[in-house]
Design a protein. Structure first.
Ligand SMILES: *[C@@H]1O[C@H](CO)[C@@H](O)[C@H](O)[C@H]1NC(C)=O
Length: 285
C-alpha cells in the first residue's frame, strides 16, 4: 500500500513537471504568434493541455499523499483524455503543416516561397481575406522587414552578400520581390525593375518599394507565413512527442500502482483500510 502510494505520488510529481515544457511550448508559440508567426489561435490547445496536465497531476499527487482513491481514479480518468488530446494535437500539427516548403533558387542561399506549394486547412485559413488582412498588418507591424537591413560602414550590404544570406520564410516571402521577377537589389527592402522583363508571376506587379507595402499583398508572403508556421509547429511537436512518450510510460506505472492499491485495499480488513485512508502520514519515499 505504502509503496504504491509513494509511487503514484512520485509519478504524479514527474507528470506535473512534464506539464512545464508543454506550457512553455504554448507560451513560446504565443510569443512568436505576436512577433513573427502572426497566428494567434494555434497556441491555445497547447496551453489548455499543459494546464490540464498540471491540475490533474496535482490532484493525483494529493490523492497519493492522502491515500484518496477517488483522486487517484480521477487522475487516471482525466489523464486518459489529456493524453488523447495531446495525441490529437500532435497529429493535427503534422497534418496541417504536411505539404509545402521553400524552393531553391539558382545562385541564392535563401529559398523562395510559392503559395501553390501549400494546400489544406491551414492554407485556407491563412489566405482567407479577412484573416489575411490581420496577419498582413501583424507582419508589417512586427517590423520583420525593417529589422532585416544590414549595414556595413553605413551602406547596405552588397547584392552578393544578400544573395548568400539565409532568410526566414517571412523575410523571403514578404520583404523582397520573388527572385524570378528579375528586380535589381538596392537594399534588402528596395528593389528596382532591372533590364530583364518582369516575370509572369503576379507577385512581380504587387511588389512596391513603399516601405508600408513591400510584398505584404503577395502570394509569396502568404506562403512565407505558412512556411514559418510549419517551422515553429514542428519545433513544438518535437517537445510534445517527447512529453507524450514519458506521459504514457508514467500513466502505465500509475495505473499499475492504482490497481495494486485497490487490490491490497480489498484484501485488507475493513478497519485497517479505513485507518490507512484517513492517515496522511502514508506518504514517504
Ligand atoms: C532601404 O532603403 C529605403 C530607402 O532609402 C529605406 O526606407 C529602407 O528602410 C531601407 N531598408 C532597409 C531594410 O534598411
Amino acid at each position: 500500500m505504502r509503496t504504491s502510494n509513494n509511487l503514484i505520488g512520485l509519478v504524479n510529481f514527474i507528470t506535473f513537471l512534464l506539464s512545464i515544457p508543454i506550457l512553455g511550448g504554448g507560451i513560446w508559440l504565443s510569443n512568436r504568434a505576436n512577433s513573427t508567426d502572426c497566428m494567434r489561435f494555434l497556441q491555445w490547445p497547447l496551453i489548455v493541455i499543459g494546464i490540464s496536465i498540471m491540475v490533474v497531476s496535482l490532484a493525483g499527487f494529493a490523492g497519493a499523499c492522502y491515500g484518496n482513491k477517488f483522486l487517484m481514479w480521477l487522475y487516471l480518468f482525466v489523464m486518459f483524455f489529456v493524453i488523447a488530446a495531446l495525441i490529437g494535437f500532435i497529429i493535427f500539427a503534422y497534418a496541417v503543416t504536411d505539404k509545402g516548403s521553400g524552393r531553391f533558387v539558382m545562385n541564392r542561399r535563401y529559398l523562395d516561397y510559392y503559395l501553390g506549394d501549400y494546400s489544406g486547412w491551414l492554407k485556407d485559413r491563412v489566405t482567407d481575406d479577412g484573416y489575411w488582412g490581420q496577419i498582413r498588418s501583424c507582419v508589417r507591424d512586427s517590423g520583420v522587414c525593417r529589422k532585416m537591413g544590414r549595414r556595413l560602414h553605413g551602406v547596405p550590404e552588397t547584392p552578393l552578400m544578400f544573395n548568400f544570406r539565409r532568410l526566414s520564410p517571412v523575410e523571403s516571402g514578404c520583404c523582397k520581390p520573388p527572385t524570378e521577377c528579375g528586380y535589381t537589389y538596392v537594399n534588402e527592402t528596395m528593389w528596382i525593375p532591372g533590364g530583364d522583363m518582369i516575370g509572369p508571376n503576379p507577385d512581380c506587379m504587387l511588389w512596391n518599394n513603399d516601405q508600408r507595402l513591400l510584398c505584404y499583398q503577395c502570394s509569396s508572403c502568404k506562403a512565407g507565413v505558412l512556411g514559418i508556421l510549419k517551422q515553429s509547429w514542428r519545433k513544438v511537436s518535437v517537445i510534445n512527442i517527447a512529453v507524450l512518450i514519458i506521459l504514457v510510460i508514467f500513466y502505465v506505472i500509475a495505473y499499475a500502482a492504482y490497481r495494486n492499491v485497490k487490490r491490497m485495499d480489498n484484501d485488507e480488513p475493513a478497519g485497517e483500510a479505513r485507518m490507512t485512508k484517513s492517515h496522511p502520514s502514508h506518504f514517504e519515499i
